[in-house]
Design a protein around this ligand. Structure first.
Ligand SMILES: [Zn+2]
Length: 279
């Protein structure tokens, strides 16, 4: 599998990436990623820095994850979700027309993905007052904007100043006409890689066709919050150290947990049998 955008290395786009094998250590780091982060973009940076092995042949660190385009970062988060929990999920949403509750299925990592366009990650742009270049937003931009915490209109101006200015252009963002802004929007849409964030559903009650937005980050908490309990169960049963348990692959850990559950069920059944036999 390849990134929909990629990294520019020696003037060539490279799209290869790999995750580390999923162990309890990584899952715990994901579960605790929200404690230190000041916002979702910072949390995503921390999760991807912990979980990725290589991108574009390069060892992964925080700077590399920050330099990935926003589309690639979202794509990687969706792939990570799929590697942790590949099973189809049932989801519910309220119909946008008749308000009835709709149930639908969603398979993690299965969303259609728009690949990056020509000139990714930076391309030329002819504005009304100058010829400039513009690049797609990346992790640094996401973190910068999240930390600003200001109103939406000025946030957009700050973001545009970052995307347009580097490295050779210092535009007065206020001189952008509406036509310029529309051109910027369209250029970025064409250039950026973008995983789908909504599914198209027809309501079974009123047949209204609608796009339902999927929360692509909900899994960060829901799929990793049992890790301490699981470590406790395995440690109590097998007397292994915490380090040994967290080093296990996710699949292996789940396998041992199933064996414990199975043997507990068997002994419960035996106890029932014995107590009913003694009556
Ligand atoms: Zn409906």
């Amino acid at each position: 599998m390849e990134l929909p955008g990629g990294l520019l290395v020696d003037n060539q786009i490279r799209r290869d990436f790999s995750f580390k094998p999923m162990t309890g250590f990584i899952e715990r780091a994901i579960a605790e990623s929200g404690l230190e982060a000041s916002g979702l973009p910072q949390q995503v940076t921390s999760i991807l820095t912990t979980s990725l092995n290589k991108v574009a042949g390069l060892a992964v660190n925080r700077e590399l994850v920050l330099s990935l385009s926003s589309g690639d970062r979202l794509f990687l988060m969706l792939q990570l979700e799929a590697s942790i929990k590949p099973e189809i999920k049932w989801m519910t949403a309220s119909c946008q027309h008749c308000k009835e509750l709709i149930q639908f299925q969603y398979k993690p990592g299965s969303m259609p993905v728009k690949l990056a366009g020509e000139n990714f990650p930076r391309g030329p742009l002819s504005l009304s007052f100058a010829d400039v270049s513009i690049r797609v937003p990346n992790g640094s931009d996401e973190e910068y904007i999240a930390q600003m915490g200001t109103q939406a209109s000025s946030t957009m101006e700050h973001l545009l100043a970052r995307l347009l200015n580097e490295p050779d252009f210092s535009a007065d963002i206020h001189s952008l006409t509406n036509q310029d802004k529309e051109l910027i929007d369209n250029t970025l849409d064409l250039m950026a890689a973008q995983p789908g964030e909504s599914v198209s559903i027809s309501c079974p009650f009123c047949s209204h066709q609608q796009q339902i937005f999927i929360d692509n980050y909900a899994w960060i908490n829901t799929e990793t919050d049992n890790i301490d309990e699981e470590v406790h169960t395995l440690a109590s049963q097998y007397h292994w150290s915490e380090n040994d348990i967290l080093s296990l692959s996710r699949n292996r850990r789940k396998c041992y947990l199933q064996l414990i559950e199975k043997s507990q069920n068997t002994s419960q059944t035996e106890n029932k049998f014995q107590s009913s036999g003694s009556l």
